[in-house]
Design a protein around this ligand. Sequence first.
Ligand code: SF4
Length: 333
Amino acid sequence: MTDLLRINDLSVVFNTDAGHVRANRGINLNVNENETVGIMGESGCGKTVLFLSILHLQQPGRIASGSIMFDGRDLTRLSGNEMRYVRGRQIALVPQDHATALNPAYTVGQQLQEALNIRRNGGGFWAAARAWGQRKGSREEIKEVLDSLAMGDLVENGRLLGRYPHQLSGGIRQRVLIAMALLARARMLIADEPTTALDRASREQMLEVLKQLRGRVTMLIISHDLEAIHSTCDRVAIMYGGRIVETGYMLDVFNHPKHPYTKLFFSCQRFSRGDVLPDVTGDVLNLIDFPAGCSFHPCCPQASPICSEIDPAEIRMGNRTVACHLYRDSGGP
Ligand code: SF4
Protein backbone atom coordinates (compact mmCIF):
# COMPACT_ATOMS: atom_id res chain seq x y z
CA MET A 1 0.00 0.00 0.00
CA THR A 2 1.18 3.53 -0.73
CA ASP A 3 0.87 6.56 1.51
CA LEU A 4 -1.43 9.27 0.27
CA LEU A 5 -0.92 11.35 3.42
CA ARG A 6 2.15 11.26 5.65
CA ILE A 7 2.48 13.64 8.58
CA ASN A 8 5.92 13.88 10.15
CA ASP A 9 6.67 15.46 13.54
CA LEU A 10 3.94 18.10 13.16
CA SER A 11 3.71 20.75 15.89
CA VAL A 12 1.08 23.51 15.91
CA VAL A 13 1.20 26.42 18.37
CA PHE A 14 -1.31 29.16 19.21
CA ASN A 15 0.20 32.33 20.66
CA THR A 16 -2.22 33.70 23.25
CA ASP A 17 -2.01 36.34 25.97
CA ALA A 18 -1.81 33.52 28.51
CA GLY A 19 1.11 31.81 26.70
CA HIS A 20 1.87 29.39 23.88
CA VAL A 21 -0.84 26.74 23.49
CA ARG A 22 0.82 23.63 22.04
CA ALA A 23 -2.21 22.07 20.38
CA ASN A 24 -0.29 19.46 18.33
CA ARG A 25 3.06 18.11 19.52
CA GLY A 26 5.16 15.92 17.25
CA ILE A 27 2.34 14.21 15.36
CA ASN A 28 3.33 11.28 13.14
CA LEU A 29 0.59 9.70 11.06
CA ASN A 30 0.19 8.07 7.68
CA VAL A 31 -2.95 7.29 5.69
CA ASN A 32 -2.69 4.84 2.79
CA GLU A 33 -4.58 5.12 -0.48
CA ASN A 34 -8.20 3.94 -0.03
CA GLU A 35 -7.71 3.40 3.69
CA THR A 36 -9.99 4.77 6.41
CA VAL A 37 -8.23 6.04 9.53
CA GLY A 38 -10.07 7.21 12.64
CA ILE A 39 -8.75 9.84 15.04
CA MET A 40 -10.14 9.58 18.55
CA GLY A 41 -9.63 11.42 21.81
CA GLU A 42 -11.39 13.63 24.31
CA SER A 43 -12.36 17.25 23.57
CA GLY A 44 -9.30 19.50 23.47
CA CYS A 45 -6.86 16.68 22.61
CA GLY A 46 -5.89 18.38 19.32
CA LYS A 47 -7.74 16.28 16.76
CA THR A 48 -9.59 19.27 15.25
CA VAL A 49 -6.37 21.32 14.98
CA LEU A 50 -4.76 18.33 13.27
CA PHE A 51 -7.26 18.14 10.39
CA LEU A 52 -7.45 21.95 10.11
CA SER A 53 -3.65 22.01 9.73
CA ILE A 54 -3.86 19.51 6.86
CA LEU A 55 -6.09 22.05 5.07
CA HIS A 56 -4.08 25.15 6.15
CA LEU A 57 -7.07 26.33 8.16
CA GLN A 58 -5.44 26.21 11.59
CA GLN A 59 -5.02 30.03 11.84
CA PRO A 60 -4.45 31.82 14.18
CA GLY A 61 -2.41 28.75 15.06
CA ARG A 62 0.90 28.33 13.23
CA ILE A 63 2.70 25.22 12.11
CA ALA A 64 5.87 25.45 14.20
CA SER A 65 7.59 22.38 12.72
CA GLY A 66 7.07 19.21 10.74
CA SER A 67 5.70 18.33 7.33
CA ILE A 68 2.38 17.19 5.83
CA MET A 69 3.15 15.20 2.70
CA PHE A 70 0.10 14.69 0.47
CA ASP A 71 0.50 12.84 -2.80
CA GLY A 72 4.23 13.66 -2.77
CA ARG A 73 3.92 17.40 -1.97
CA ASP A 74 4.54 19.07 1.39
CA LEU A 75 1.32 21.00 2.08
CA THR A 76 3.04 23.15 4.72
CA ARG A 77 5.10 24.74 1.91
CA LEU A 78 2.20 25.58 -0.42
CA SER A 79 0.98 29.16 -0.83
CA GLY A 80 -2.59 30.22 -0.07
CA ASN A 81 -3.42 30.13 -3.78
CA GLU A 82 -1.96 26.66 -4.23
CA MET A 83 -3.94 25.41 -1.22
CA ARG A 84 -7.17 26.65 -2.84
CA TYR A 85 -6.61 24.00 -5.50
CA VAL A 86 -6.08 21.34 -2.83
CA ARG A 87 -9.15 22.11 -0.72
CA GLY A 88 -12.32 20.61 -2.15
CA ARG A 89 -10.62 19.27 -5.29
CA GLN A 90 -8.05 16.97 -3.69
CA ILE A 91 -9.01 16.97 -0.01
CA ALA A 92 -12.69 17.46 0.79
CA LEU A 93 -14.02 18.29 4.23
CA VAL A 94 -17.37 17.33 5.71
CA PRO A 95 -17.38 19.63 8.74
CA GLN A 96 -19.26 19.10 11.96
CA ASP A 97 -21.08 22.38 11.30
CA HIS A 98 -22.69 21.19 8.07
CA ALA A 99 -25.42 23.85 8.39
CA THR A 100 -23.00 26.55 7.22
CA ALA A 101 -20.88 24.44 4.86
CA LEU A 102 -23.25 24.70 1.91
CA ASN A 103 -24.03 27.97 0.13
CA PRO A 104 -27.48 29.09 1.36
CA ALA A 105 -28.15 31.08 -1.86
CA TYR A 106 -27.91 28.13 -4.28
CA THR A 107 -29.98 25.00 -4.62
CA VAL A 108 -28.51 21.58 -3.96
CA GLY A 109 -28.63 20.82 -7.69
CA GLN A 110 -26.63 23.96 -8.53
CA GLN A 111 -24.00 23.13 -5.91
CA LEU A 112 -23.64 19.54 -7.08
CA GLN A 113 -23.33 20.79 -10.66
CA GLU A 114 -20.61 23.22 -9.57
CA ALA A 115 -18.60 20.37 -7.98
CA LEU A 116 -18.83 18.55 -11.28
CA ASN A 117 -17.81 21.68 -13.25
CA ILE A 118 -14.75 22.16 -11.08
CA ARG A 119 -13.61 18.64 -11.83
CA ARG A 120 -14.31 18.91 -15.55
CA ASN A 121 -13.16 22.46 -16.19
CA GLY A 122 -11.29 23.72 -13.15
CA GLY A 123 -13.94 26.19 -11.88
CA GLY A 124 -14.26 29.95 -12.51
CA PHE A 125 -16.33 31.97 -15.04
CA TRP A 126 -15.02 30.29 -18.22
CA ALA A 127 -15.43 26.89 -16.64
CA ALA A 128 -19.06 27.73 -15.93
CA ALA A 129 -19.48 28.87 -19.54
CA ARG A 130 -17.89 25.67 -20.88
CA ALA A 131 -19.97 23.61 -18.47
CA TRP A 132 -23.15 25.14 -19.93
CA GLY A 133 -22.57 23.09 -23.05
CA GLN A 134 -21.75 19.97 -21.10
CA ARG A 135 -24.83 19.75 -18.94
CA LYS A 136 -25.92 16.72 -20.89
CA GLY A 137 -24.77 13.75 -18.89
CA SER A 138 -24.37 15.76 -15.69
CA ARG A 139 -27.75 14.83 -14.33
CA GLU A 140 -27.04 11.14 -14.91
CA GLU A 141 -23.70 11.37 -13.10
CA ILE A 142 -25.19 13.34 -10.21
CA LYS A 143 -28.05 10.85 -9.96
CA GLU A 144 -25.60 7.94 -9.91
CA VAL A 145 -23.61 9.47 -7.05
CA LEU A 146 -26.76 10.34 -5.10
CA ASP A 147 -28.00 6.78 -5.61
CA SER A 148 -24.78 5.45 -4.11
CA LEU A 149 -25.42 7.65 -1.05
CA ALA A 150 -29.01 6.41 -0.66
CA MET A 151 -30.54 9.69 -1.89
CA GLY A 152 -31.78 8.50 -5.29
CA ASP A 153 -35.40 8.37 -4.11
CA LEU A 154 -35.21 12.05 -3.02
CA VAL A 155 -34.17 12.96 -6.57
CA GLU A 156 -36.98 10.88 -8.06
CA ASN A 157 -39.69 12.59 -6.10
CA GLY A 158 -38.21 16.09 -6.51
CA ARG A 159 -37.31 16.59 -2.86
CA LEU A 160 -33.62 17.35 -3.27
CA LEU A 161 -32.09 19.04 -6.32
CA GLY A 162 -34.38 22.10 -6.33
CA ARG A 163 -34.16 22.61 -2.57
CA TYR A 164 -32.00 25.05 -0.62
CA PRO A 165 -29.73 23.86 2.23
CA HIS A 166 -31.99 25.25 4.97
CA GLN A 167 -34.80 23.04 3.68
CA LEU A 168 -32.81 19.86 4.35
CA SER A 169 -32.15 17.83 7.49
CA GLY A 170 -28.61 17.71 8.95
CA GLY A 171 -28.09 14.14 7.75
CA ILE A 172 -29.05 14.99 4.16
CA ARG A 173 -26.81 18.09 4.19
CA GLN A 174 -23.87 15.92 5.26
CA ARG A 175 -24.55 13.44 2.48
CA VAL A 176 -24.82 16.28 -0.07
CA LEU A 177 -21.33 17.42 1.03
CA ILE A 178 -20.04 13.88 0.53
CA ALA A 179 -21.72 13.78 -2.89
CA MET A 180 -19.90 17.02 -3.84
CA ALA A 181 -16.59 15.42 -2.80
CA LEU A 182 -17.33 12.33 -4.90
CA LEU A 183 -18.37 14.41 -7.93
CA ALA A 184 -15.18 16.47 -7.64
CA ARG A 185 -13.29 13.13 -7.30
CA ALA A 186 -11.40 14.40 -4.26
CA ARG A 187 -8.50 12.11 -3.37
CA MET A 188 -9.26 12.24 0.36
CA LEU A 189 -12.32 12.92 2.47
CA ILE A 190 -12.06 14.30 6.00
CA ALA A 191 -15.20 13.84 8.09
CA ASP A 192 -15.33 15.75 11.38
CA GLU A 193 -17.66 14.14 13.91
CA PRO A 194 -19.91 12.76 11.13
CA THR A 195 -22.40 11.18 13.54
CA THR A 196 -22.67 14.02 16.06
CA ALA A 197 -25.91 16.02 16.32
CA LEU A 198 -27.88 13.60 14.13
CA ASP A 199 -31.05 11.79 15.12
CA ARG A 200 -30.83 8.01 15.42
CA ALA A 201 -32.12 7.24 11.91
CA SER A 202 -29.81 9.81 10.25
CA ARG A 203 -26.86 8.53 12.27
CA GLU A 204 -27.50 4.95 11.08
CA GLN A 205 -27.74 6.18 7.47
CA MET A 206 -24.48 8.12 7.82
CA LEU A 207 -22.71 5.05 9.22
CA GLU A 208 -24.06 3.01 6.31
CA VAL A 209 -22.74 5.61 3.81
CA LEU A 210 -19.29 5.63 5.42
CA LYS A 211 -19.22 1.82 5.33
CA GLN A 212 -20.11 1.90 1.62
CA LEU A 213 -17.27 4.38 0.94
CA ARG A 214 -14.71 2.34 2.87
CA GLY A 215 -12.11 0.92 0.50
CA ARG A 216 -13.28 3.19 -2.36
CA VAL A 217 -12.12 6.54 -0.97
CA THR A 218 -9.27 7.54 1.35
CA MET A 219 -10.88 8.84 4.53
CA LEU A 220 -9.86 10.44 7.79
CA ILE A 221 -12.70 10.30 10.32
CA ILE A 222 -12.44 12.45 13.45
CA SER A 223 -14.80 11.32 16.16
CA HIS A 224 -15.25 10.40 19.79
CA ASP A 225 -18.07 8.03 18.79
CA LEU A 226 -16.59 4.60 19.53
CA GLU A 227 -19.19 2.73 17.49
CA ALA A 228 -18.72 5.00 14.46
CA ILE A 229 -14.96 4.46 14.42
CA HIS A 230 -15.31 0.75 15.12
CA SER A 231 -17.71 0.15 12.25
CA THR A 232 -16.05 2.32 9.60
CA CYS A 233 -12.24 2.42 10.10
CA ASP A 234 -9.31 0.21 9.15
CA ARG A 235 -6.88 1.84 11.58
CA VAL A 236 -7.24 4.19 14.50
CA ALA A 237 -5.04 6.80 16.21
CA ILE A 238 -5.71 7.85 19.81
CA MET A 239 -4.76 11.40 20.81
CA TYR A 240 -4.10 12.89 24.24
CA GLY A 241 -2.63 16.30 25.04
CA GLY A 242 -1.77 17.15 21.43
CA ARG A 243 0.09 13.86 20.83
CA ILE A 244 -0.84 10.58 19.22
CA VAL A 245 -0.35 8.11 22.06
CA GLU A 246 -1.36 4.91 20.26
CA THR A 247 -2.03 3.74 16.70
CA GLY A 248 -2.83 0.39 15.19
CA TYR A 249 -5.33 -1.69 13.30
CA MET A 250 -8.76 -0.86 14.58
CA LEU A 251 -9.61 -4.33 15.95
CA ASP A 252 -6.18 -4.71 17.63
CA VAL A 253 -6.52 -1.37 19.42
CA PHE A 254 -10.17 -1.86 20.31
CA ASN A 255 -9.77 -5.39 21.61
CA HIS A 256 -6.33 -5.01 23.20
CA PRO A 257 -5.55 -1.36 23.97
CA LYS A 258 -2.01 -0.92 25.26
CA HIS A 259 -1.63 2.70 26.32
CA PRO A 260 -3.11 3.42 29.80
CA TYR A 261 -4.94 6.45 28.39
CA THR A 262 -6.54 4.36 25.61
CA LYS A 263 -7.73 1.83 28.21
CA LEU A 264 -9.30 4.54 30.38
CA PHE A 265 -10.80 6.35 27.37
CA PHE A 266 -12.44 3.16 26.11
CA SER A 267 -13.73 2.15 29.53
CA CYS A 268 -15.39 5.57 29.91
CA GLN A 269 -16.84 5.34 26.39
CA ARG A 270 -18.13 1.80 26.97
CA PHE A 271 -19.73 2.83 30.26
CA SER A 272 -23.37 1.86 30.42
CA ARG A 273 -26.05 2.05 33.05
CA GLY A 274 -25.12 0.02 36.14
CA ASP A 275 -21.35 0.17 35.45
CA VAL A 276 -18.99 1.95 37.81
CA LEU A 277 -17.04 4.72 36.03
CA PRO A 278 -13.28 4.37 36.41
CA ASP A 279 -11.78 6.69 39.00
CA VAL A 280 -9.45 9.16 37.22
CA THR A 281 -7.15 11.30 39.36
CA GLY A 282 -5.39 14.54 38.32
CA ASP A 283 -6.61 17.68 36.60
CA VAL A 284 -7.57 18.58 33.05
CA LEU A 285 -4.34 19.02 31.09
CA ASN A 286 -3.07 22.59 30.68
CA LEU A 287 -1.85 22.85 27.07
CA ILE A 288 0.29 25.90 27.96
CA ASP A 289 2.06 24.39 30.94
CA PHE A 290 2.59 20.66 30.44
CA PRO A 291 3.81 18.59 33.39
CA ALA A 292 7.38 17.29 33.09
CA GLY A 293 7.75 13.82 31.62
CA CYS A 294 4.68 12.04 30.24
CA SER A 295 1.78 14.52 30.11
CA PHE A 296 -0.60 11.77 31.24
CA HIS A 297 1.34 10.86 34.40
CA PRO A 298 -0.79 12.89 36.90
CA CYS A 299 -3.81 10.79 35.82
CA CYS A 300 -2.12 7.49 34.97
CA PRO A 301 -2.86 4.48 37.19
CA GLN A 302 0.33 2.75 35.96
CA ALA A 303 2.79 5.66 36.34
CA SER A 304 6.28 4.98 37.70
CA PRO A 305 9.02 7.47 38.75
CA ILE A 306 10.48 7.72 35.21
CA CYS A 307 7.07 8.92 33.93
CA SER A 308 7.35 12.28 35.72
CA GLU A 309 10.88 12.83 34.37
CA ILE A 310 11.05 11.73 30.73
CA ASP A 311 8.45 12.17 27.99
CA PRO A 312 8.13 8.71 26.39
CA ALA A 313 9.15 8.28 22.77
CA GLU A 314 6.84 6.61 20.26
CA ILE A 315 7.62 2.89 20.32
CA ARG A 316 6.85 0.74 17.29
CA MET A 317 5.66 -2.82 17.95
CA GLY A 318 4.78 -4.49 14.65
CA ASN A 319 1.80 -2.57 13.26
CA ARG A 320 1.24 -0.68 16.52
CA THR A 321 2.85 2.44 17.94
CA VAL A 322 2.57 3.33 21.62
CA ALA A 323 4.07 6.32 23.42
CA CYS A 324 4.50 4.88 26.91
CA HIS A 325 7.40 3.82 29.15
CA LEU A 326 5.63 0.54 29.94
CA TYR A 327 6.72 -0.70 26.51
CA ARG A 328 10.24 0.72 26.39
CA ASP A 329 11.76 -2.78 26.34
CA SER A 330 9.40 -3.97 23.59
CA GLY A 331 10.90 -2.13 20.65
CA GLY A 332 12.65 1.03 19.62
CA PRO A 333 11.55 4.52 18.66
FE1 SF4 B 1 1.38 6.11 32.23
FE2 SF4 B 1 4.01 6.34 32.37
FE3 SF4 B 1 2.87 5.28 30.24
FE4 SF4 B 1 2.65 7.87 30.70
S1 SF4 B 1 4.54 6.76 30.24
S2 SF4 B 1 1.02 6.50 30.06
S3 SF4 B 1 2.50 7.89 32.92
S4 SF4 B 1 2.85 4.44 32.31
